[in-house]
Design a protein around this ligand. Structure first.
Ligand SMILES: Cc1cc2nc3c(=O)[nH]c(=O)nc-3n(C[C@H](O)[C@H](O)[C@H](O)COP(=O)(O)OP(=O)(O)OC[C@H]3O[C@@H](n4cnc5c(N)ncnc54)[C@H](O)[C@@H]3O)c2cc1C
Length: 402
């Protein structure tokens, strides 16, 4: 697993989708079911969508299969009390506090143009990644007011998922590998469902079923990071007759928690199920999820939340879905495993899809952001940062990505 994209079988693995490959590999129906559910819930994908090589790279970027699971040391171990947006808000405050930095929200970037475009030198600059000086004009409109804006920069960092690169007109256009990613990478599909209840009715792992009523499931709100609340047992204790959560309805992943001190269930509907679910009218979405909870927990009170909210991520204009971008069969082989993070002239790429570690996670966004920032520093202040500082851990240098 050190570098699945370098392996002799890489092209073969990239030519096939996850479902087909897993069906040919898993001898036990139980193992196959778990792996397909893993792809659906962790990548938020229909297992027929991403290539098997993409799955291997994704697992490798997290440090192994276990790290992506629910247990200790895994991706779900911690929860940010108060919400994940605090990370972005904290980074923005740090930029502002660092003397003269400015974060402009609601500025929709529509174009990134090199000053010397139309000259052969500019085209060469973008395609060959030369360090020839130049100025970029970044332009767009302010959301709400519609006012145009523009600014100039010697380097630009694009930290958006590749499928939304298409919304920006790059002049000269991006190299072919980047265009391939923008055109063909797809985002995962997620609908997030929040149900808030007056009282907790679910048992948590390790709890006796009959002690499950009353009290919130979460910890103190003033902690920045806390252990994620324990999850409900995988098997129902009541009316579901031992059926698994995903056999009772559309929610495939369930996180108990608290919302403003009130007990809450956060459910994720993922992959192809998310598309089918969000096509339903509101009333049927509600009935499907609450009916699932009532059956799974054997608790009729599940049908009576104080608040029920569905958030659909696929139609978000600036991400197009989540948790991250996926490559369908053949794309990694055509675009190159490292394309998403490879700079094009003075245009650098960050964002979780361009990370070497924890692709598709916040940690990946930080990893790629740091790498891109070091690339820019190395170019503009060569004395300050050595080129080694921008090298990724797997020997592909700063372009180690995807
Ligand atoms: C429901 C859900 C649950 C998740 N749970 C977890 C989790 O538990 N743990 C975890 O680690 N990760 C989780 N993720 C994934 C995590 O959110 C992403 O990995 C992370 O946000 C990626 O960060 P990023 O900076 O690469 O991209 P983004 O967060 O997508 O940031 C890109 C930014 O670019 C902006 N943008 C896009 N186009 C333009 C434009 N034209 N002009 C100006 N701005 C533009 C967008 O508005 C956005 O602010 C979850 C995601 C979702 C949706």
């Amino acid at each position: 697993m050190e570098g699945p994209h370098w392996g002799a079988a890489a092209r073969e693995w990239d030519a096939v989708d996850c479902k087909t490959q897993l069906e040919s590999m898993c001898r036990s129906p139980g193992a196959l079911r778990e792996m397909l559910l893993f792809v659906q819930t962790v990548l938020a994908a229909d297992p027929r969508q991403p290539s098997f090589l993409f799955l291997l790279k994704y697992i490798r970027a997290a440090g192994g299969l276990r790290a992506l699971g629910d247990g200790d040391g895994g991706a779900q171990q911690w929860r940010l009390a108060g919400g994940a947006q605090q990370m972005a808000a904290g980074l923005a405050a740090a930029v502002a506090g660092a003397g003269g930095g400015e974060v402009r929200l609601s500025h929709i970037v529509e174009s990134v143009a090199h000053s010397a475009y139309n000259s052969a030198a500019a085209q060469n600059h973008i395609e060959c990644g030369s360090d020839e000086p130049g100025v970029y004009t970044v332009a767009g409109t302010v959301e709400g007011s519609g006012k145009p804006f523009s600014l100039t920069a010697r380097r630009v960092v694009v930290a958006m998922p590749p499928p939304v690169w298409k919304q920006v007109a790059f002049d000269p256009q991006l190299p072919e590998d980047h265009r391939l990613l923008a055109e063909s990478m797809v985002m995962g599909c997620v609908a997030k469902v929040l149900a808030i209840y007056p009282q907790r009715f679910w048992a948590l792992e390790g709890e006796e079923a009959d002690s499950s009523t009353g009290g919130g499931a979460g910890g103190a709100d003033d902690e920045v990071v806390r252990d994620a609340p324990r999850r409900p047992p995988r098997r129902a204790r009541g009316g579901a007759g031992g059926r698994r959560l995903e056999e009772c309805g559309p929610v495939a992943n369930l996180f108990p928690g608290d919302y403003g001190g009130r007990p809450a269930l956060v459910g994720l509907v993922t992959g192809a199920d998310a598309r089918a679910f969000t096509a339903l009218p509101e009333g049927r979405q509600r009935a499907a999820v609450l009916g699932q909870y009532a059956e799974y927990f054997g608790a009729p009170e599940a049908a009576e939340p104080e608040l029920f909210v569905v958030k659909e991520w696929m139609s978000e204009r600036f991400s197009g879905g989540c948790f991250g971008g996926l490559t369908p069969p053949g794309l990694l082989s055509r675009a190159g495993a490292a394309a998403a993070g490879r700079a094009a002239g003075g245009v650098h790429f960050a964002g979780s899809e361009a990370a070497a570690r924890w692709v598709g996670y916040f940690e990946g966004a930080l990893d790629a952001g740091l790498r891109a920032a070091l690339e820019v520093l190395a170019a503009l202040r060569p004395g300050l940062v050595g080129s080694a500082a921008t090298s990724g851990g797997d020997g592909e240098g700063p372009a180690a990505a995807l």
